[in-house]
Design a binder for this molecule. Structure first.
Ligand code: PEP
Ligand code: MG
Length: 760
């Protein structure tokens, strides 16, 4: 093997070559002639025997578009499939191949029409446009030798310019061959974590859209250097601002990611490499992209997960820098998009999500995200399916890709086949038709076959939820999660703002009852202005009433706002996470004090004030005899109650299906609570997720529950179940489940529903 690695390419003058190529691009005349000039110029400048350009043709194959050194008769004849031969391998793997002896590579295929048997060494680089592979640029020599790093990099720089040339060539297409073997992109399935359930079909839209480079060759190197310096400065300022926002928990980005961004943003090595690419003759944006391609190819090779993460951060930051260089700063939300949109982002803040028009937003795919992140809670409230923790989603998905998001399995189908689309379209259409039927039935009373009235209410938290009262025909709002207003604000909302918001809710609900839950923050619901420090078990930590009682400024002001907003109306307010009677009494005391204060100021008080409690901590179930005479109503928050009852974290997906409400233990607990409430004549309801599931609600009705509050989309199915149920019959059945030895009585409940022809 030859050790001769003397650089033969005149890489000392790539700028002159780039300028020359730029001039060729500007020439009028036959595009084929121009390409021929391009390969000739490259071969001459780099002192190689062969230079060839392969571009993706309309059928998705790599076609020899121009060559200097191979047989001219092969032009537009030699074609390789993605993955076939060296050229196809470069396109498919998106990486550089640098070989002393091309014929030794296992993927080498010999095409006699090219006459390439005369050449030994080979170097080929992919040509990208907007992140897609659109062709391959290769050089070859007769002599068997290795190309050095400088030469390979020069070839990559030239490929940037070629991307502009090919992008303007009429017969190429920009199919991404790295995903295609048949001339159209293959379907790919990604998986992630189910954050908000649902199914959606739409087109991928990046929250921060990518930038297409229009000009690759610098007119004035000094000017390009100024552009990149200004862009770095602006980007660094933005990161500092984001860090300040993260300190108050109001940013979509995690603080540790921002730390990494900051490290890279001030990294001289990165800036120097971009400067170097500009000196070679590229524009600032082409230089950013050029350097990014190197990082990307390292990403492809590395197996080290830590390094991969950091390269990923750098990739993300390159996008930001590119937007600053080109001045294209807007997010997709500000671009007034229409159609069915699936939003793709690394992460989002709750406020970012609220900027999107609900009429078009179908689903969200995040590279990060967690079940308890603000954005997830807000998306759930907006009824938008979300899949999170989808690794490299922004690399694998391209803007405009057709996507199916199945947040019920956690799968994302990219470029789905016609069959898959049809299946999902049917699923979506079925769901929509059912939703429409439920809407049409919204005026039907939720009364059982034997005349027992069941109150179906909605859980809400956003102003936008008010419309669901009308759309579902719900009896009222059984749980208004007031903390949403606190979570989307970077500072504690002022009393006047809270009051105005609550008044709007009460007015929007017309005369239907609304139960406000006193602010339930802490645990998984962070607010920016509450410094809680780290907690090992936040769900068991400083949250809800525990915070509220220790920060009376928070609860007291909220109660003041609620009392004023409900002037002349009924105010229902309940306290979350109460563990003992004294906590309830402390909360009630604050209400009484605020009512007195209202009197003192001569303000109109609510016509009636009802004070309730949420049963979420099991300890409270053993104090009902003392508690119930003091309360106006009790709401069973099964989400929290069951996690504490079974000692199973509600946000841990591994435990999601482990324990069942439909188990003798949980049903017994609820039965005892219902009996106690009945004997004290206290209204009792269920407002956790289980109340919105027809099968669970059926059994709970059997245990004597007649009031449920649930997600708006659950009202229709539960109403339908209620109308086919006999409360008398289910009572006997539900009692029969209480002392079974089973882990779950779900099957028995399903059998019952089937036999009794109950619509689930
Ligand atoms: C619950 O815990 O059941 C509940 C309704 O409250 P949240 O889900 O808001 O904690
Ligand atoms: Mg709760």
């Amino acid at each position: 093997m030859s050790q001769n690695i003397v650089p033969r390419l005149s890489t000392s003058s790539p700028r002159a070559l780039l300028r020359r190529l730029h001039d060729v691009m500007g020439d009028v005349g036959d595009p084929q002639d121009r390409l021929r000039t391009v390969v000739h110029e490259i071969a001459a400048n780099m002192q190689v025997d062969v230079c060839s350009i392969y571009a993706i043709n309309k059928t998705g194959n790599l076609e020899l578009f121009a060559t200097q050194g191979l047989n001219q008769s092969a032009v537009h004849k030699t074609r390789l499939k993605p993955g076939e031969g060296l050229i196809g391998t470069i396109a498919l793997t998106r990486t550089v191949l640098n070989l002393e002896e091309a014929g030794d590579h296992p993927k080498f295929v010999y095409r006699p029409e090219t006459g390439e048997d005369a050449f030994h060494s080979f170097c080929g680089v992919p040509v990208f446009r907007s992140g897609r592979v659109i062709g391959v640029l290769s050089i070859q020599t007769r002599e068997m030798r290795a190309f050095n790093t400088e030469e390979v990099e020069a070839l990559q720089t030239i490929s940037m310019v070629l991307s502009e040339i090919l992008g303007a060539y009429p017969d190429t297409t920009d199919l991404d061959v790295s995903r295609s073997v048949h001339g159209r992109p293959d379907p790919v399935i990604l998986t992630g974590l189910r954050l908000v359930d649902g199914v959606a079909i739409g087109e991928a839209v990046f929250h921060q859209p990518g930038v297409t480079i229009e000009n690759t060759v610098a007119e004035d190197v000094g000017e390009e250097k100024t552009r990149i310096r200004d862009a770095f400065k602006a980007m660094r300022q933005q990161i500092d601002q984001m860090m300040a926002a993260a300190d108050v928990g109001h940013s979509g980005e995690h603080r540790d990611i921002l730390q990494t961004y900051k490290m890279f943003a001030f990294d001289r090595g990165w800036a120097d490499r971009i400067d170097g690419a500009i000196e070679q003759g590229l524009t600032a944006e082409a230089a950013v992209e050029r350097v990014r391609q190197n990082y990307r190819s390292s990403m492809q090779k590395t197996k080290d997960p830590y390094l991969l993460e950091r390269l990923h951060d750098l990739d993300d930051l390159s996008n930001r820098l590119m937007r600053f260089v080109t001045g294209r700063q807007q997010t997709a939300a500000s671009m007034g998009l229409e159609g069915d949109i699936i939003l793709v982002a690394r992460n989002l803040g709750p406020a970012d999500l609220l900027e999107y028009d609900r009429a078009y937003l179908r689903a969200v795919v995040l590279e990060e995200g967690s079940p308890t992140a603000h954005v997830t809670i807000v998306a759930r409230a907006m009824g938008i399916p979300v899949i999170g923790r989808v690794r490299n989603a922004q690399d694998v998905i391209d803007s405009g890709d057709p996507l199916i998001v199945d947040a019920e399995t956690g799968e994302i189908y990219i470029n789905p086949t016609a069959d898959t689309i049809e299946t999902f379209e049917k699923a979506v259409a079925f769901k929509e038709a059912r939703a429409l039927r439920y809407r049409e039935d919204r005026h039907l009373p939720a009364v059982t076959q034997d005349g027992v009235e069941i109150d179906l209410m909605v859980n809400a938290g956003l102003k936008a939820d008010l419309i669901s009262l009308e759309e579902t025909g719900a009896a009222g709002i059984g749980l208004f999660r007031t903390e949403f207003q606190f979570m989307v604000s970077s500072t504690l909302p002022r009393v006047s703002a809270q009051e105005a918001f609550y008044r709007e809710v009460l007015e929007g609900a017309d005369d239907k009852p609304v139960v406000f839950r006193a602010v339930d923050i802490g645990g998984d619901k962070h607010v920016p202005y509450l410094n809680r420090g780290d907690e090992e078990n936040p769900a068991l930590g400083w949250r809800a009433i525990r915070v509220a009682l220790e920060r009376p400024g928070l609860l007291q002001l909220q109660l003041r706002a609620l009392i004023r907003a409900a002037a002349g109306r009924t105010l229902s307010v309940m306290f979350p996470m109460v563990a003992d009677v004294s906590e309830f009494l402390a909360g009630k005391d604050l209400v009484d004090r605020e009512l007195e204060f209202c009197d003192k100021l001569g303000l109109t008080k609510p016509k009636k004030v009802r004070i309730g409690v949420m049963l979420e901590v099991p300890a409270l179930a053993w104090q009902l005899k003392t508690l119930l005479p003091l309360v106006d109503f009790l709401a069973i928050g099964t989400n929290d109650l069951l996690q504490f009852f079974f000692a199973a974290d509600r946000s841990n997906p591994k435990l999601a299906d482990r324990y069942d409400l439909l188990s003798p233990a949980a049903l017994n607990l609820i039965h005892q609570v219902v009996l106690a409430c009945q004997s004290h004549d206290v209204e009792v309801s269920v407002c956790g997720e289980v109340g919105g599931r027809p099968l669970e609600a059926m059994v709970l009705i059997g245990l004597g529950l007649h009031r449920f509050s649930m997600s708006p989309s659950s009202i229709g199915p539960v109403r339908q179940m209620v109308r086919t149920l006999s409360a008398g019959e289910i009572t006997a059945f539900a009692q029969s489940l209480l002392y079974l030895p089973d882990h779950s009585v779900r099957h028995a409940a399903l059998d019952y529903a089937n036999t009794a022809k109950i619509s689930l």
